[in-house]
Design a protein around this ligand. Structure first.
Ligand code: NAG
Ligand code: NAG
Ligand code: CA
Length: 357
């Protein structure tokens, strides 16, 4: 079983690798070129693993604050020093987002950069990017089971730093956290360490399947981890979890494979399904049409067109989702941007709109 899981990890990481290096090339802001593993053997090298002591804050796990006036250059927050937040551009009047990326991500890589751009196009925010790029590096397979737990401990320290700050305090209830892939899993563990209050919202972007721990809630992302947990599924069952695990779960285009994701290799296809979730979410921040999703109890009913929700049953998936949304929702997108298809007209059921254009 363990050997099997490791094998799966290697496949998954290799698959993710493709998409990461692809998005990296597309991104102009790249001031930290990274060496990518060239072979499977490289994945087992332990050279770049996290050095002791295993204590938070850890120098390889950094919190960068971005605001509208500091979009280009993040301010490094030091959770051991209250002055650090006091002297930063953090503004308690603005909504606060804490973003945790997946494997191989980083604050200067897509999708972190694209997400910030989208939010600052919309308005004023405090966006804190959790940069642990070198902490959960791919070669550290031996630490992979353990690293998310450690990461969640350090993130809970950040949450408490904001919560008890003498000048710029923000309670966890007013914080929206967004996690992609393993980052979604990590956010599910943060709840285990918060002693007072609860995170306001966790948005899980295709939580990775690698750490799926059966039904033990304290080891994974679930609806008890925040006042509101919404989860988008795009690579469910392969690199992503099936769920449902949140208050509201969204299965995009059926939830496990995405239009425009047929590639030459199966690795590329799988990682494309998994990574497509962030462009959907990012588009939802400023989308005029919106990703209107309708409730439907399961994939089977969705596929054969049994679900015909009332107009009032539809909810907007993504950033502007109502916190009252409960249950399982399905939504169809375009294959290319803009992905959102807007509100499905009067005479439709969920599948009656042609799936992919
Ligand atoms: C920051 O201020 C709070 C509230 O005054 C205090 O409890 C905490 O110990 C301070 N943290 C640091 C790192 O000085
Ligand atoms: C769930 O996981 C936690 C943390 O690993 C463990 O302490 C607890 O015993 C587990 N609960 C069950 C029911 O297995
Ligand atoms: Ca949990």
């Amino acid at each position: 079983m363990v050997a099997n899981a490791e094998w799966l990890l290697v496949i998954g990481i290799t698959a993710l690798q493709f998409s990461v290096s692809r998005t990296q090339r597309e991104n102009s802001v790249r001031d930290e070129p990274e060496k990518r593993p060239q072979s499977v053997r490289d994945l087992f090298k332990t050279g770049s693993c996290i050095p002791p002591p295993y204590r938070c804050p850890h120098p390889q796990m950094q919190f960068y604050l971005y605001t509208r006036t500091t979009q280009e250059k993040g301010e490094l927050l030091n959770t051991l020093d209250n002055e650090s937040l006091t002297n930063s551009k953090f503004n308690t009047k603005h909504p606060t987002k804490v973003v945790v990326h997946g494997f191989g991500g980083g604050r200067n890589l897509s999708p972190s950069t694209d997400m910030r751009k989208a939010y600052f196009t919309r308005g004023n925010y405090n966006i804190i990017i959790v940069d642990y790029g070198s902490l959960v590096k791919e070669p550290c397979l031996g630490q992979i089971e353990w690293a998310p737990r450690f990461a969640s401990l350090c993130i809970s320290q950040l949450i408490e730093y904001l919560q008890y700050h003498p000048v710029k305090a923000v309670p966890p209830e007013r914080i929206h956290t967004i996690g992609y892939s393993v980052g979604a899993h990590i956010l599910g563990l943060v709840a285990n360490h918060i002693s007072e209050g609860k995170l306001g919202r966790i948005t899980g972007l295709d939580p990775t399947i690698f750490f799926y721990m059966g039904n033990n809630r304290s080891r994974d992302l679930d609806y008890t981890d925040a006042l509101f947990v919404d989860i988008l599924h795009t690579g469910a069952g392969i690199l992503g979890q099936w769920g449902p695990n949140g208050h509201a779960d969204f299965y995009v285009n059926g939830g496990s494979s995405q239009p425009g994701c047929a590639h030459d290799t199966i690795f590329q296809t799988l990682s494309c399904d998994h990574t497509k979730v962030t462009p959907y979410f990012i588009e939802s921040i400023n989308s005029r049409d919106g990703f209107w999703a309708g409730p439907c109890p399961n994939l089977f009913s969705y596929l054969i067109g049994w679900c015909e929700p009332k107009d009032t049953d539809y909810v907007l998936m993504g950033e502007h989702l109502t916190p009252n949304a409960r249950g399982v929702f399905y939504v169809t997108t375009n294959a290319k941007p803009p992905y959102a298809r807007g509100f499905p007209g009067k005479t439709r059921n969920l599948r009656s709109i042609r799936p992919y254009s």
